[in-house]
Design a protein around this ligand. Structure first.
Ligand code: ZN
Ligand code: ZN
Ligand code: ZN
Length: 365
């Protein structure tokens, strides 16, 4: 038992989607190998005169790509990134490629979406209609970028909130990076879910969702008949909508990590209907409100994982399942984690999911 009276856990859990990515769940405080990050002081100002992303300062941003709505006062704006990590030109090779050293052109696109005209608004404070419009802009832009150049293999949409999560601007924003390569973690998900499909003829994400919704089991001692352990997998569900589910992964890398997945199998975010995006907005808003109530002001990243483009990914429609990962950063990776690749999570996912579920949303939405 730990100080809070909860059952302490210390075990290495294997991520079912990426088995090479294991997590050490160690809830006893003495195991804590790192200190907590301070929550980002939340900037709740509605308008900041000097902020280039605030209304009225449109001339201070790089060229605009689109605005929503197109007429009248904008709610959402997309602009080019002032300091792109990838650019349109292809003449930036280092010339250092030799022997085993391989490089690919740093070709791609990097754009910024100003999520809301209000400077310091949090995701859970945005209306469902607004969030649905934002997701619809993500969808349209990903589609446009893929259509613009078939060398683009993956378009990553993500959001950083707080300086530790990599956000350099306080004004709420997300980013789109179009890459000529598929990120390794996504490649691992694709490979492993494909291998699982080949063996079981089932999508591993769907299997996990089914388990989360229905699976319950009790393990008895073979001799005494005593109950050894009761496993209630339903305990990982954080939020459930009509078409989406928010789950606390069993082998979570981060204490408050939550994944949102469509209940119905779909490999590609671009296939989402307007009704889907509406429900996603609702589940997202409620999940973020739960996270805010439990770990208010925490810095976080969220990102979309969907089927990549290119011949090598055409066959993973049945095996891959798109999802959105939310990763609040409540601690800094220690040398142990960076050196071993083994994440340490000091709050058991069961306990975290329980805390998130017990939030009274009436007070937070
Ligand atoms: Zn601003
Ligand atoms: Zn699936
Ligand atoms: Zn993923």
């Amino acid at each position: 038992m730990d100080e809070k009276g909860g059952k302490s856990v210390r075990e290495i859990r294997i991520n079912p989607i990426i088995p090479t990515e294991s997590v050490l769940i160690a809830t006893a405080r003495s195991m804590r190998p790192r200190h907590s990050e301070a929550p980002a002081p939340r900037d709740t100002r509605a308008h900041v005169e000097t902020c280039p992303f605030c209304r009225g300062n449109e001339d201070k941003t790089p060229p605009e790509i689109l605005r929503y709505p197109p007429e009248g006062e904008w709610e959402i704006r997309m602009v080019e990134n002032l300091f792109p990590v990838l650019g349109n030109d292809e003449r930036n090779q280092s010339g250092l490629v030799f022997g085993l050293q391989q490089a690919i052109d740093g070709y791609g696109r990097h754009e910024v979406i100003i999520d809301h005209h209000l400077h310091g608004i949090a995701v859970h404070e945005m209306s469902e209609e607004h969030l649905a419009a934002l997701f619809s802009i993500y969808k349209d832009r990903i589609g446009q970028l893929y259509a613009s150049d078939d060398r683009l293999k993956y378009v990553l949409v993500f959001k950083n909130f707080g300086p530790e999560a990599g956000a350099s601007m306080a004004h709420t924003h997300s980013q789109i990076i179009a890459l000529p390569v598929v990120p390794q973690n996504l490649q691992d998900e694709v490979n492993n879910s494909r291998a699982y499909y080949d063996k079981h003829h089932q999508c591993i994400f769907c299997t996990l969702i089914n388990e989360a919704l229905t699976f319950e089991t009790t393990i008895y001692d073979r001799e005494s008949g005593e109950i050894l352990r009761r496993i209630n997998v339903g305990q990982y569900v954080v939020e459930r909508g009509e078409k989406f589910i928010a789950i606390k992964p069993f082998a979570s890398r981060y204490e408050w990590e939550v994944h949102i997945l469509p209940l119905q199998h779909n490999s590609d975010f671009l296939d989402s209907s307007d009704a889907c995006l509406q429900d996603l907005a609702r589940v997202m808003k409620r999940t973020m409100a739960r996270l805010d109530a439990v770990i208010g002001g925490a810095q976080y990243n969220y990102f979309l994982h969907s089927r990549p483009r290119g011949k090598a990914y055409e066959d993973c429609e049945a095996s891959y399942h798109w999802h959105l990962e939310i990763c609040p950063r409540t601690s800094i990776p220690s040398g142990f984690e960076l050196g071993s690749g083994l994440f340490v999570n000091t709050i058991s996912p069961e306990e975290a999911a329980e805390q998130l579920r017990s939030v009274n949303l009436e007070e937070n939405i």
